[in-house]
Design a protein around this ligand. Structure first.
Ligand SMILES: Nc1ncnc2c1ncn2[C@@H]1O[C@H](COP(=O)(O)OP(=O)(O)O)[C@@H](O)[C@H]1O
Ligand SMILES: N[C@@H](CCOP(=O)(O)O)C(=O)O
Length: 331
């Protein structure tokens, strides 16, 4: 009876000036427990009619997610990978129990985690031995910016570029960026969802050269500043400013402008930088100390700016150096 455990971290993409380039893997996880078991009682449930020999179960509060393999993102990705290897269904009695702690549509890479999990699911059950490069290529077919999927796969902070969307393989290359070990992420998550597709639709089609240079200068310094020891808070803080996406998205996230302008490394001890997480509405603060105090200060800002229209909660998360993995727990 093969059993697999697949674990994929949440990710915060962009990291200020790194629109569609940078991403951080964080200690909040999507987990899949996969069994291929002919004696399992879950298949005796008359309401669970397996499609492609697969049944799905969600243990946590993702009630909006479809359990139909033709609609569920994890299954869609997995079946897509399988078809490329001429498999069209899972082994009989495949059951996938999903425990998802990554909130959906909040800018913490839930869709990227689901895509990566789908690739790993196909890889594990059919022993495809996919290379890292093949995994990146499959992910890119479902999310055409690799800034979430790369750190979800390789962990830590990464920068990636797409070599050529029209190439047949090896489309993505990446580097991992050294990060000072004392840094943690404080993510403030509003209770409303903001689909990434909507948050991308408000971005302009072209930019001024001064805005582009603004971000180019900062992304270069940020990638070095994050790993410096001792930390230079002002350098990280200034390097995390962005002119390519945050100004256009602030109308979608009440409180974002105030959050970005009022919390500084001078008035908030321990803080080194602030930005929107991915496409929002979650925000990210990087800090080396005073995590709880910074979290409370952020919540005060959003509570006052939202005027009671939504609540915001915060998590203090580690930057996890290990990306997605799959363990075979029995043979
Ligand atoms: N664990 C999951 N299982 C199935 N589908 C998921 C899962 N996580 C995310 N999704 C899909 O991805 C959508 C959210 O994607 P997106 O708008 O890009 O937000 P995010 O910033 O969280 O990635 C969800 O509405 C759902 O359709
Ligand atoms: N670079 C993308 C990142 C989207 O991340 P998500 O976690 O919100 O899906 C963008 O900014 O659109």
């Amino acid at each position: 009876m093969p059993e697999y455990k697949i674990v994929v971290p949440a990710t915060s993409a962009n990291v200020g000036p790194g629109f569609d380039v940078l991403g951080i893997a964080l200690s909040l996880f999507l987990e899949l427990d996969v069994t291929v078991d002919s004696s399992s009682s879950v298949h005796l449930d008359p309401n669970s009619s397996p499609k492609y020999n697969l049944t799905l179960e969600y243990s946590s509060e993702n009630s909006s997610v479809s359990l139909d393999p033709d609609e569920n993102l994890i299954c869609l990705v997995s079946l897509h990978v399988l078809k490329k290897f001429n498999y069209f269904e899972f082994p009989k009695y495949t059951h996938v129990k999903v425990t998802n702690n990554i909130p959906l549509g909040r800018g913490l890479g839930s869709s990227a985690a689901a895509i990566v999990a789908g690739v790993l699911l196909a890889n594990a059950v059919f022993q495809l031995n996919l290379s890292l490069s093949q995994m990146f290529d499959f992910c890119l077919e479902f999310e055409n910016h690799p800034d979430n999927t790369t750190p979800a796969i390789v962990g830590g902070v990464s920068a990636s570029y797409v070599l050529d969307h029209s190439a047949t393989k090896d489309k993505v290359d990446y580097v991992k960026i050294p990060v000072n070990k004392s840094l943690k992420a404080i993510v403030a998550i509003p209770e409303f969802e903001l689909p990434t597709s909507h948050s991308r639709s408000v971005l302009p089609k072209s930019y001024t050269i001064s805005d582009i240079v603004h971000n180019l200068q900062r992304i270069a310094t940020l990638t070095i500043a994050l790993g410096q020891d001792p930390i230079v808070p002002e350098r990280i803080y200034n390097s995390m400013k962005d002119k390519l996406h945050q100004p256009y998205r602030s109308a979608l996230v009440p409180g974002l402008s105030k959050f970005l302008s009022s919390l500084t490394c001078s008035n908030t001890p321990g803080l080194v930088g602030v930005c929107l997480s991915g496409a929002g509405p979650t925000t990210l603060a990087l800090a080396y100390d005073n995590f709880e105090a910074i979290g409370s200060k952020i919540i005060e800002i959003f509570d006052s700016e939202s005027k009671g229209s939504f609540k915001t909660k915060y998590y203090i998360l580690d930057i996890v150096d290990c990306g997605a993995y799959c363990n075979c727990t029995s043979s």
